[in-house]
Design a protein around this ligand. Structure first.
Ligand code: P6P
Length: 321
């Protein structure tokens, strides 16, 4: 267990004012989580070798688990869970949250006598796009840091980010101050782009699901976008979203005729990625409103996800009205 974060102190009622009151302390908690994810990413990437097979088990969403899914989840759970600032760990690979310490987001001085005054919750997709292991294509790790117990809404996010295991390993982190991109080498973070914002002119799009399974209104929207932008879709959300963040455009895994909530998870994919794109000057939507305004009823809720340039998301919502 790392030293308790001595400065994390009790918050007040709303998450916004908690963030204001707990500024430095929450910043320290975010830095502890981000640094730990960065260091762990090096081991996750090295651990992919020899772990490309499937296990006999399924995750709570009913998807078969790769050996690497389990490996990444166990590493992240162990290391994040041992941080004094982390009170709760949740993962796309686990049915329930793990309580690692005093209640996140509360004045825990009364809850525990370890001197720690407040903790945060971390919700992780340990290896997003692990189905790309078979074809050796890019994948990522997604994390959201909340000043509240899980499941939590996007308005309770303090920061979120993702690691992209591409030709090089990079990390994108968003918080109240903006969006920063790092290169990870040996677990060290080197800033390669600070104040990342979506390019004005969109260039790429990527839409998940099968065209016949898209509802008619989304098919209408897709037809218009296909005439304007270049297709970039690789089957791992993080890699596809990073194309949008780099070149401008839109990523969507929409509602499907076969399942109206779509495929992606609200807590582990929609909210953290929606936060990043909104902090970068774009928008996110479940088709009707910001993903940050959609409160998960349970940890593994799915949601339609649309993120990217603001006017492209505006056009989507007008089409789906
Ligand atoms: P499909 C990966 O399994 C994932 O959860 C996201 O990373 C990705 O965007 C989507 O599913 C890919 O789904 O249906 O194209 O295989």
């Amino acid at each position: 267990m790392t030293d308790p974060n001595p400065d994390v102190r009790a918050g007040t009622d709303s998450s916004e004012s908690r963030r204001e009151s707990g500024g430095d302390e929450l910043e320290a908690a975010v830095d502890a989580v981000v640094s730990t994810v960065a260091r762990t990413a090096v081991d996750v990437r090295q651990g992919l070798v020899g772990r490309r097979g499937k296990t006999a088990s399924e995750n709570p969403s009913g998807e078969s688990q790769a050996e690497a899914d389990v490996y990444a989840d166990e590493l992240l759970c162990d290391r994040l869970g041992s941080l004094a600032a982390v009170g709760q760990y949740a993962s796309e690979e686990r049915a329930k949250c793990i309580d690692c310490g005093p209640t996140p987001g509360s004045d825990s001085a009364s809850d525990a006598d370890d001197g720690l005054e407040r903790t945060v919750s971390v919700a992780v997709d340990p290896l997003d796009g692990s189905s790309n292991l078979a074809s050796n294509n890019a994948m990522g790790t997604i994390f959201g840091i909340y000043d509240a117990t899980l499941p939590a809404a996007g308005r309770d996010l303090i920061a979120s980010g993702y690691v992209l295991y591409g030709p090089i390993t990079t990390m994108v982190v968003a918080d109240d101050s903006g969006v920063t991109e790092y290169e990870l080498t040996g677990g060290e973070r080197t800033v390669i782009r600070d104040d990342v914002t979506l390019p004005e002119d969109p260039v790429v799009y990527g839409f998940g699901g099968r065209v016949p399974d898209w509802p008619a209104d989304f098919r209408e929207y897709a037809r218009a976008i296909e005439d304007e932008l270049k297709l970039r879709y690789g089957g791992a959300m993080i890699a596809d979203v990073n194309q949008v963040l780099t070149y401008g455009g839109v990523f969507a895994y929409p509602a499907l005729e076969s399942r109206s909530a779509g495929k992606l998870r609200l807590q582990f994919e929609g909210i953290p990625i929606g936060y990043i794109l909104e902090r970068a000057g774009g928008r996110s939507s479940d088709g009707d409103r910001s993903l940050l305004d959609v409160r998960p009823e349970s940890l593994h809720d799915r949601t339609p996800v649309h993120v990217g340039n603001a006017d492209l998301i505006g056009r989507l919502e007008s089409t789906l009205e």
